[in-house]
Design a protein around this ligand. Structure first.
Ligand code: KG4
Ligand code: ZN
Length: 334
């Protein structure tokens, strides 16, 4: 029998819907909320209101683009967590309402696991077991992936996520939210050796980004005290240098994880995997170490419902079905 899954993602500031037919993505519509730009971060109340406005047109467009009528759907998938409660609730309640009305099963999906399984949307696909460096606005993890539904976090951040460090650095430079992609753009014109920032050394496979964030704050404060135009005059070099330091901290740990596990199938996923310096240095490292490296297409790096649909496809095959009692879980465990 054909499986026709409608998936909904609403964990943060993207409202997205996708349709998968027998595990192939037929549409993936993403509405990015611009309302947070001037606030330097996602405002939860504004995010849930925008999801509320976007969800019906986004779902309708995903169905239209896939040329699928509602009555052909065989399951509804949704992001259960982690994420912002008010944002998750919009997706969870919409999915439940639709599944109830159509009399079809519900499938709940873990957002970070879905980022990893975005690698199965298109070829080339990683071979199990593989390591995934999962880097987003809320998480920084190294995950040992044994199978579609068998994953273990073997390293993670003890404080801030690397995406958060990018966004906070950008905010200190006066850039709008999300600042990660803007730092990336300016960094391409700058010298990454212009300024040195102290790397926080954490034992094992864990990360810490709060120290470099504070060091960056003091660095700007001290230099601005000497030259009020310091940021303006050194903009590209500052972006290149902070980006280089953040990426190096990620590389150190993925190198160690590959060494410790002996695994050389390596993937990156999540919003920060769109970063050009991370992609470039991972490619260099992979060539040197003999790894096979997997980088998602840009639209599957940042938040999207295609990855939710893909994960739901594997859950459905394994009969992992949710019910009407399934809650939204802002701090959902891995
Ligand atoms: O996975 P994602 O879209 O949402 C979460 O699940 O958090 O990741 C968003 C994060 C933001 O912190 C954003 O600044 C960062 O990904 N990001 C980037 C780039 N593109 C997105 N950071 C650095 N360079 C980029 N090109
Ligand atoms: Zn995400």
């Amino acid at each position: 029998m054909n499986s026709v899954i409608l998936a909904i993602e609403s964990s943060c500031d993207e409202t997205s819907a996708a349709v998968a037919v027998n595990g192939s993505i037929m549409s993936n519509v993403i509405a990015t909320q611009k309302v947070h730009e001037k606030f330097g971060g996602v405002v939860p109340e504004l995010a849930s209101r925008a999801h509320q406005q976007n969800i019906v047109p986004v779902v309708q467009q995903a169905l239209n683009e896939a040329a699928v009528k509602k009555n052909r759907l065989t399951a509804i998938a949704f992001t259960q967590g982690p994420g912002l409660l008010g944002s998750l609730l919009v997706g969870v309640t919409f999915a439940k309402g639709l599944a109830l009305a159509l009399g079809i099963p519900l499938i709940s999906v873990h957002h970070m696991k879905a980022h990893i399984l975005s690698h199965f949307i298109e070829d080339p696909k990683p071979v199990f077991p593989f390591l995934c460096l999962t880097v987003s606005g809320g998480h920084t993890q190294i995950v040992l992936v044994r199978d579609f539904l068998d994953m273990e976090v073997i390293g993670e951040t003890l404080d801030d996520a690397v995406g958060e460090a990018f966004d906070k650095a950008a905010k200190l430079l006066g850039l709008p939210y999300p600042g990660g992609p803007i730092i990336d753009k300016h960094a391409q014109k700058g010298d990454s050796n212009a300024f040195i920032f102290p790397k926080t050394v954490v034992p094992g496979l864990n990360f810490s980004f709060s120290g470099i964030k504070t060091a960056f704050l003091y660095f700007l404060r001290d230099n601005k005290a000497v030259n009020a135009n310091f940021i303006k005059e050194n903009y590209n070099d500052i972006c290149a240098s902070i980006q280089y330091s953040l990426v190096q901290m990620l590389l150190d740990k993925i190198k160690l994880a590959a060494l410790k596990t002996g695994i050389n199938e390596i993937a990156i996923a999540g919003g920060v995997s769109a970063n050009s310096e991370l992609q470039r240095s991972m490619q260099q490292l992979a060539a040197r170490k003999g790894w096979t490296l997997y980088i998602p297409k840009i639209e599957y790096c940042t938040d999207n419902a295609a990855m939710i649909a893909m994960t739901a496809h594997f859950k459905l095959i394994n009969q992992k079905i949710a019910d009407m009692e399934t809650p939204a879980l802002p701090r959902m465990k891995f």
